[in-house]
Design a protein around this ligand. Structure first.
Ligand SMILES: [Zn+2]
Length: 100
């Protein structure tokens, strides 16, 4: 995985504009912003809650510390690698995750 490719995936996650139903709904590609599990399908849903992406989960913190969590997240290479894998997986499985 090249450096720029990885950075791009991390940016998509941080600005919530990756292969997430919330964003795909925003740009008119999906009819619903929700995940197939019926939760709200934004980046943090897949990093914290969604049963489909359990193997990529991070420890969830309280919602009011979301920004602190995100800024701490990218300080560590292991976290960045994990985010890249998560976003790549979501991208590869986009059609499977699309709500019907
Ligand atoms: Zn879900």
């Amino acid at each position: 995985m090249s450096h720029s490719f990885g950075s791009n995936l991390i940016n998509l996650f941080l600005i919530n504009r990756g292969p997430f139903p919330s964003f795909l709904n925003y740009i008119g590609k999906y009819d619903s912003p929700n995940c197939i599990c019926s939760g709200y399908g934004d980046a943090l849903h897949y990093a914290w809650d969604c049963s489909v992406t359990k193997e990529y989960h991070f420890v969830k913190l309280s919602l009011n510390s979301e920004n602190i969590w995100l800024s701490n997240l990218i300080k560590y290479t292991s976290n960045k690698t994990k985010i890249c894998r998560l976003v790549k997986w979501l991208s590869d499985n986009e059609s499977f995750l699309r709500p019907v």
